[in-house]
Design a protein around this ligand. Structure first.
Ligand code: SF4
Ligand code: SF4
Length: 357
């Protein structure tokens, strides 16, 4: 089970898409349960994955230290805006199995959405993590919005040679409707993504597997023959979010949604919390095997209405088709020994990437 811990509801940034901190009454800025409560809750889970999430988790580095000191046998993940990495000591950084740094691509895009100077801080943080010897999975975690040019943003991050993997999620549904999402998809995202996939394959032909997470995640379905988890992030099934007040939600952003409340750590253990499933129309969709219903929050909330849901499905289906098109060749490349299956099959465990953008 993946346990996403709201380490604090507070954030030191005020990004355009999420508006900064959670209100204290929804996600308190201090942890209200004890480490013992947490240990009791996850006891018996032989493969716990713990992800620190915010707000900005490094505003509560003390809690991170406490958890990592007390729960030794977990895999550890952190999603951070990377501006406060000095708050945690090297010995803790080196224990993470995956570190996700939020960066949206080029400097002008990152700084436009996240605030002036943020891009430089993230790059500095990534370099520092490498310098202190971090050799785990360093992931560039992008939010893709209307001003993003998907090809330029991804290629830029790739060119830095700092990150093992690049992942993105579309800033849809939980934000205001875009001025023209469908046009952006048609003129920017789809041609850009198609080019990314073509270049990915050209590199694979030369023996290099570029860590573009959505490509690898969809290829994984074809290579392993195992359908995508539904939803791919595991929310409400194999991933639960523990709020700083001890309440449990199916998805970490759904802290004001009744449907997402599935228990609390005082009265339940991880085996007995309620599970939530995606159903129609996804389970009847021919892309379900690869898509898994994409995002539980979008499925439940439909904040852009049915039409909006369909627009997002359209871009999802196109994304999947572009990757499925190259599968046969990728499998040949693996069989010919040009690339290694181990590098293509990703993620190896639920490291909080949502796989389907
Ligand atoms: S493409 Fe749309 S309908 Fe099909 S599985 Fe994904 S989210 Fe559901
Ligand atoms: S992909 Fe959707 S359901 Fe999953 S964690 Fe993100 S918002 Fe929640």
């Amino acid at each position: 089970m993946l346990y996403i811990l709201h380490t604090t509801g507070q954030c030191n940034l005020n990004c355009k898409y999420c508006g900064g901190s959670f209100p204290q009454k929804l996600v308190p800025w201090k942890i209200e349960y004890s480490i013992e409560d947490l240990k009791n809750f996850i006891e018996g889970d032989s493969e716990p994955i713990i992800a620190f999430y915010g707000g900005e988790p490094l505003l509560n580095a003390k809690f991170i230290r406490n958890v990592m000191d007390e729960i030794k046998d977990a895999k550890y993940v952190i999603q951070t805006n990377a501006t406060l990495i000095e708050n945690l000591e090297k010995e803790y950084w080196l224990k993470f199995n995956a570190i996700l740094l939020s960066i949206d691509g080029r400097r002008k895009i990152t700084d436009y959405y996240r605030g002036r100077g943020v891009y430089d801080k993230v790059i500095k943080a990534a370099k520092k993590l490498r310098r202190i010897g971090y050799n785990g999975d360093l992931i560039a975690r992008m939010t893709v919005s209307e001003k993003s040019k998907i090809y330029a943003e991804v290629k830029h991050l790739e060119s830095l040679k700092l990150f093992n993997h690049i992942h993105w999620q579309l800033n849809v549904v939980w934000s205001e409707k875009w001025k023209n999402f469908n046009e952006w998809c048609k003129n920017n995202y789809i041609p850009g993504f198609t080019k990314i996939v073509e270049e990915w394959l050209r590199n694979a032909e030369k023996g290099e597997v570029i860590g573009i997470a959505p490509i690898l995640g969809i290829l994984k379905v074809e290579i392993t023959g195992i359908s995508m988890e539904s939803p791919p992030c595991g929310s409400g099934k194999t991933s639960i979010s523990i709020c700083s007040n001890g309440k449990i939600y199916a998805c970490p952003i759904a802290v004001d949604s009744k449907w997402a409340e599935i228990g609390d750590i005082y009265n339940y253990d991880w085996r007995t919390v309620k599970r939530i499933s995606i159903r129609d129309p996804c389970i009847k969709c021919q892309y379900y095997k690869y898509c898994g219903g994409r995002c539980l929050y979008t499925y439940m909330e439909k904040l852009w209405g049915e039409e909006g849901f369909k627009s997002i499905c359209k871009i999802t289906k196109k994304t999947i088709r572009e990757v499925v098109k190259i599968t046969r060749r990728v499998i040949e490349l693996i069989e010919e020994g040009i690339i290694v299956e181990e590098e293509v099959v990703y993620p190896k465990f639920n490291n909080t990437i949502e796989i389907i953008p």
